[in-house]
Design a protein around this ligand. Structure first.
Ligand SMILES: [Cu+2]
Length: 206
């Protein structure tokens, strides 16, 4: 009986909460073209991700298992955003064997050579940039940006992004974009409504 009342109260209390937090609406201005030979050279805009540090983690967020497969002698997708603690599965969906390895500080591994139908996975336990390769096919390359929070958004082709329903407060907005210098800025999120940020990234140092 007690349990029943507790549940009922929980439902009512949650339903009674007003709209929660403010929104960050950002626009990254068009930036430097990725260098020749980059996997995203022909993409409409370079891969990028914006995230907000300092916000308490969403209670509703649950860790995912993300996938980068090997298909047509390429990694697919070649760019992925993951949250620290998530799992990355790397199935071989190709007709030929592949190897997957990374020397990146964020996660070092060498999964050996494995055939079609096999999958190996790693837990992404540190934030940062992970570049993975195949020792057999030197052109195979994929990048994973591991962000420390689920408060992130991937900009669209025009550089627009939004992170919504953030609890009011002062935080740090960070942006990674291929070919650009890392970006960080202190931002303020209102209790409701939108905070706007127009961002110009500098080209990465050579
Ligand atoms: Cu390969």
């Amino acid at each position: 009986m007690r349990k029943f009342f507790f549940r009922k109260c929980l439902v009512i209390c949650v339903a009674a909460l007003p709209a929660f937090g403010g929104d960050l609406v950002g626009k990254i201005e068009a930036g430097p073209v990725p260098p020749e030979g980059s996997p995203s050279k022909d993409a409409p805009s370079p891969p990028a991700v914006a995230w907000i540090e300092g916000v308490p983690e969403k209670p509703s967020f649950s860790m995912r298992t993300l996938t980068i497969s090997q298909r047509g002698a390429q990694f697919d997708p070649q760019f992925l955003v993951a949250v620290v603690g998530e799992t990355l599965a790397m199935p071989n969906d190709d007709n030929i064997a592949h190897n997957v390895f990374s020397y990146s500080e964020a996660k070092q591994f060498n999964l050996g050579v494995y055939p079609k139908g096999e999958s190996k996975s790693v837990v992404l336990d540190k934030p940062g940039k992970l570049d993975m390769f195949c020792s057999i096919h030197r052109h195979m390359h994929a990048t994973v940006i591991i962000v420390p929070t689920s408060w992130y958004a991937e900009p669209d082709a025009e550089g627009n992004f939004a992170v919504r329903e953030i609890p009011a407060g002062s935080y740090t907005l960070k942006i990674w974009r291929e070919g650009s210098k890392d970006f960080a800025k202190e931002i303020s999120i209102p209790a409701e409504g939108e905070a706007h940020e127009a961002i110009k990234l500098e080209p990465a140092a050579e």
